[in-house]
Design a binder for this molecule. Structure first.
Ligand SMILES: Nc1nc2c(ncn2[C@@H]2O[C@H](COP(=O)(O)OP(=O)(O)OP(=O)(O)O)[C@@H](O)[C@H]2O)c(=O)[nH]1
Length: 303
């Protein structure tokens, strides 16, 4: 039996507003994407969703601000959006089958023409809204004055038409690569580490010398569960029960204070309201055991 090769890569999704990019991503990745507040991430290319199977992982990157710039900030945003295209292993250019090719599409197409090495897929979305002849005309209209498309996929993000085939195809062109993210991780949270550090800082500040620096904080969950708040669940890990008692404090006073202060900082970081839930756990000598570190969700670069 030959050993299975794991494949992975980054796909940038681009298209003018309203063509159905988010709907497509939702269909592929599930509902729980784009959890984080947009405010915190407006200037960088954020990871929008991660699709993981037994033998492949596709990381979808967003390209915010792809529109005609109105001012220099807009100009900067467009530049940063297009720079992510060069970093991607493939580009999905999404257009709307129910609308004729327009200036917004042309603007993106002009930029896409400058991209040399990255395969570009043309995804004609919302095919459920058009008859076959209109679809053929639309496809033809995207063949002139355009880059060479790697593949053209008529799809329906809402109905799911052709989406499994599209995924199969994209995986087939990816190279062998690592699994960048845990299988159950749907979006990347660079904030995760910072949030952990904010909580840890409060523990150390408030307990002073009583709890050693070996205390660790692991963020178990960051999820938007309703419109109003982001739910952050964190474990504070200590090595001894006495340390746990100190952190919890009399009638939970200390942990409450830690939570309140940390929450305020996290809200500032995310630009959104936060519900912070903290658990204190005792894990004797957790630092000595690489196995324990992994189960605690620590990765090497966290040190
Ligand atoms: N009929 C039909 N409607 C669709 C399809 N895909 C998306 N839509 C609808 O098109 C509208 C825009 O979809 P979005 O996914 O928000 O579009 P978007 O490209 O992410 O838009 P921006 O976030 O503004 O860039 C929504 O009302 C969707 O329900 C499709 O395949 N068929």
């Amino acid at each position: 039996m030959t050993e299975k090769v794991f494949k992975s890569g980054f796909v940038a999704i681009i298209g003018r507003p309203n063509v159905g990019k988010s709907t497509l991503l939702n269909r592929i990745v599930g509902e729980k994407i784009a959890i984080m507040s947009d405010k915190a991430q407006t200037t960088r290319n954020k990871i929008q969703g991660i699709y993981t199977t037994d033998d492949a992982q596709v990381v979808f990157i967003d390209t915010p601000g792809v529109h005609k710039p109105q001012n220099s900030l807009g100009d900067f945003m467009v530049k940063s959006a297009f720079s992510s295209l060069h970093e991607a292993d493939a580009i999905w250019f999404v257009v709307d089958a129910s609308m004729p090719r327009g200036r917004g599409d042309d603007f993106i197409i002009e930029r896409l023409k400058e991209i040399k090495a990255t395969p570009i897929y043309l995804l004609i979305n919302k095919v459920d809204l058009v008859d076959p002849q209109t679809l053929l005309d639309i496809i033809a209209s995207y063949q002139v004055e355009a880059p060479e498309w790697q593949e053209v996929y008529p799809i329906s993000a809402t109905e799911g038409d052709n989406v499994p085939q599209l995924l199969e195809n994209i995986i087939s062109i990816l190279d062998e690569g690592p699994q960048y993210f845990d299988a159950d991780q749907l979006t990347d949270h660079p904030e995760r580490f910072v949030i952990g550090e904010l909580i840890r800082e409060k523990v150390l500040q408030l307990t002073r010398q009583e709890v050693p620096h070996s205390v660790a904080v692991v963020i178990d969950k960051i999820a938007r569960e309703n419109e109003e708040k982001i739910h952050v669940q964190a474990s504070i890990i200590v090595e001894r029960p006495t340390q746990k008692n100190i952190i919890i404090g009399k009638q939970g006073k200390m942990i409450k204070q830690i939570g309140t202060r940390a929450r305020q900082d996290i809200e500032r970081l995310l630009g959104d309201k936060v519900f912070l839930e903290t658990w204190v756990k005792v894990e004797p000598r957790w630092r000595d055991r690489p196995q324990a570190l992994q189960t605690l969700g620590y990765k090497e670069q966290d040190y």
